[in-house]
Ligand binder design. Structure first.
Ligand SMILES: Nc1nc2c(c(=O)[nH]1)N=C([C@H](O)[C@H](O)COP(=O)(O)OP(=O)(O)OP(=O)(O)O)CN2
Length: 293
């Protein structure tokens, strides 16, 4: 017998990619369980599938930065005294990425690349150990939302958030709609989709100097003059990130979706003050904010 639950959850996370850098993603999870019936004549109660499997997925991927631990660019150094972890991702041509964050901010995937296959294998191994005996098989399907309009992939951190959104590198794949004088405007949408393709959106007040950061030995050897250095401390610990300027954008506010929608509307208005702008910015799948200028 097979039991299925579609749209079990959406995983909002970021990952390190040798070519694209830091990529924000939103993957939808569908699940199929194979097994015999239990004493309730069920493969597994839907409420348990929804709560327990969603909890495991949230704990191990959602709002984390996924590291391809077997890629030659990845260097991982754990400080067991503080439970902080340095990650160096040694991309060439001045595009190295360096982090110093609490261990729980990462998921280490033992693969050369982060892909739907490698993440699905990682999650299946974790979930399999939590299933009752009558459940013999598990299929996880990870997929992107189908989007027929412009979108972008961004990574950010919300230092004031009480939950896991405070992690400095988690992200989303988000559609954007822009109305200029009340009409949907393809050019304006394309502009944001290009500007924020695989971007890190940082808050200007979190910029820090090299001397304020816990630089890894690898980062100390680099010329970081064309990188943005971010640092903040929040309830989960110290978060630091170093990423190329060309792969970052700065805002003067927090990077909540409300602030990002307003930022986009204001930027457009500053170029064409005679027009009115309405921006509907998504944060991942099915939610977001609307701002006008
Ligand atoms: N009003 C806002 N609320 C939240 C914002 C925001 O910008 N404006 N942002 C976040 C985080 O960035 C977070 O990444 C949003 O993720 P989400 O998956 O929706 O949050 P949850 O984990 O609570 O939801 P699940 O569906 O359980 O994954 C948070 N809030």
């Amino acid at each position: 017998m097979q039991l299925f639950v579609n749209d079990l959850t959406v995983m909002d996370f970021s990952y390190l990619c040798p070519e694209r850098g830091m990529v924000g993603e939103s993957w939808i999870v569908d699940v199929i369980l194979d097994g015999g019936l239990n004493e309730e004549s069920m493969v597994l109660d839907f409420s348990k599938v929804k709560k327990q499997l969603k909890r495991l997925i949230d704990e191990h991927v959602d709002h984390k930065l996924l590291i391809p631990a077997e890629h030659p660019y990845s260097q991982i150094t754990h400080d067991s005294l503080t439970d902080q972890v340095w990650v160096d991702f040694n991309r060439p041509h001045g595009r190295s990425i360096h982090l110093y964050c609490p261990a729980e901010a990462y998921a280490f995937i033992y693969a050369e690349q982060i892909s739907m296959d490698s993440v699905s294998c990682y999650l299946k191994e974790i979930i399999a150990t939590h299933l009752p005996q009558n459940v013999e098989g598990l299929t996880l399907t990870l997929r992107c939302e189908e989007i027929n309009e412009p979108y972008y992939h961004y990574t950010h951190g919300l230092k004031k958030h009480e939950g896991n959104c405070q992690r400095i590198a988690h992200g989303h794949r988000s559609r954007v709609k822009v109305f200029v004088d009340g009409t949907l405007d393809a050019d304006a949408q394309q502009y944001w989709s290009r500007r924020w393709r695989d971007i890190y959106i940082g808050t200007r007040e979190d910029l820090a100097s090299e001397s304020a950061l816990h630089l890894s030995e690898m980062a100390k050897e680099k010329d970081l003059s064309s990188h943005c250095l971010f640092r903040y401390e929040s309830s989960q610990g110290v978060f630091e990130l170093i990423i190329a300027e060309t792969e970052s954008d700065l805002v003067d506010t927090d990077s909540t979706v409300e602030c990002l929608a307003q930022f986009m509307a204001d930027e457009l208005k500053s170029v064409q003050p005679e027009k009115s702008f309405m921006v509907q910015a998504y944060e991942g799948v099915g939610k977001g904010a609307i701002a006008s200028a």
